[in-house]
Design a protein around this ligand. Structure first.
Ligand SMILES: [Zn+2]
Ligand SMILES: [Zn+2]
Length: 330
């Protein structure tokens, strides 16, 4: 337990450091990432993919993975995270947006049902930001954007309720693609290094570019793999990165009174993940995870699903909630 907390704290401080660096580097960082992902894709499609067996399967599969990787990164950078003063959003009729399945039809006349009704979604309570004014709960002030973001997670670019799904899927597809590159591209490293003197380098990509991209791919697979696991773990607990830190503190407070802290957004690991990806019974199909489409969050950021029987967190007294100002002082 102590060890896992130390790991969480370590990630937390790393993410904060990342916030500061990416906040300052901003657009340069995004530009660099686009170039590197582009070079990686070209290397894979030029060197590795033509040598794979079963081209009728491998080509479509690799194209769909690459499309997901690029499109989710594009969405993370272009979809606003959900600033508190933004007007409510609607889902437009566009081929870029996933289609929601029709609600289950009435089984008997007059009775229609959907399993989605089993999740209780209630209006968020109001909290206050010294700079932005009144805001719904789960909103936090982004120090880089200098605005309040609904369900703020971190800034890299700014991640909130409207683009968090794309952020996590981008990481997932980055881990998947770098894993494929690292494993399937390994035999070509020996050719690129000139170990096999008998074989020429017949590809368009220069050997050095391939070697550097391969090394970067191995490093990214490992590093982003850890980040992705951490994020999926916090999502499965019904928390954001900010809330993980806060809830740890609330737990200690409650424990000191002989109580347990209960997170009212926690509906169980599977349900938390389903709600996050909006693939619960009242949401979209599971297949939307495999397609580079836009899917809205289950909520507008002003209403939250609650654990049955809980209107608030349990074990937390009024005035004990963290404010962003305290967070800043730390
Ligand atoms: Zn604010
Ligand atoms: Zn921000």
């Amino acid at each position: 337990m102590t060890c896992s907390r130390a790991v969480f704290r370590c990630f937390k401080s790393l993410e904060r450091l990342g916030d500061r660096i990416t906040g300052a580097a901003g657009p340069y960082f995004v530009g660099l990432a686009v170039i590197l992902i582009g070079i990686g894709t070209i290397c894979f499609f030029d060197v590795v993919l033509p040598g794979l067996q079963w081209p009728l399967i491998s080509w479509p599969l690799c194209i769909i993975i690459a499309l997901n990787l690029h499109m989710h990164y594009f969405y993370v950078c272009t979809v606003p995270p959900g600033f508190v003063e933004d007007p409510p959003r609607s889902v437009p009729e566009s081929f870029l947006w996933a289609k929601k399945p029709q609600k289950k039809r009435a089984l008997t006349s007059g009775v229609s049902w959907s399993a989605g009704d089993s999740v209780k979604i209630t209006k968020a309570e109001a909290s206050k930001c010294r700079k932005c004014g009144t805001r719904p709960e789960r909103t936090h002030h982004c120090r880089v954007c200098n605005r309040c973001v609904l369900k703020y997670d971190h800034h890299c670019p700014c991640v909130g309720v409207h683009n968090e799904r794309h952020f996590v899927l981008f990481m997932a597809y980055l881990v998947l693609s770098t894993f494929c590159f690292s494993t399937l591209g390994y035999p070509y490293i020996l050719d690129a290094l000139g170990v096999n003197y008998m074989r020429e380098w017949p590809h368009h990509v220069p050997e050095l570019a391939y070697i550097l991209t391969y090394i970067l791919s191995v490093v990214l697979c490992f590093a982003v793999g850890i980040m992705l696991s951490y994020h999926l773990w916090t999502i499965s607990k019904g928390e954001t990165t900010v809330e993980t830190h806060d809830h740890e503190h609330y737990s200690k407070l409650a424990n000191s009174r002989g109580e347990d802290f209960v997170n009212s957004y926690d509906l169980g690991k599977i349900m938390n993940l389903k709600l996050f990806f909006n693939i619960w019974e009242g949401g979209y199909s599971f297949t939307t995870l495999l397609l580079p489409l836009r899917v809205p969050p289950y909520t507008d950021g002003r209403h939250w699903a609650r654990r049955p029987g809980y209107e608030h967190h349990y074990g937390l007294k009024i005035g004990e909630e963290f404010t962003d100002e305290e967070d800043e002082e730390e």
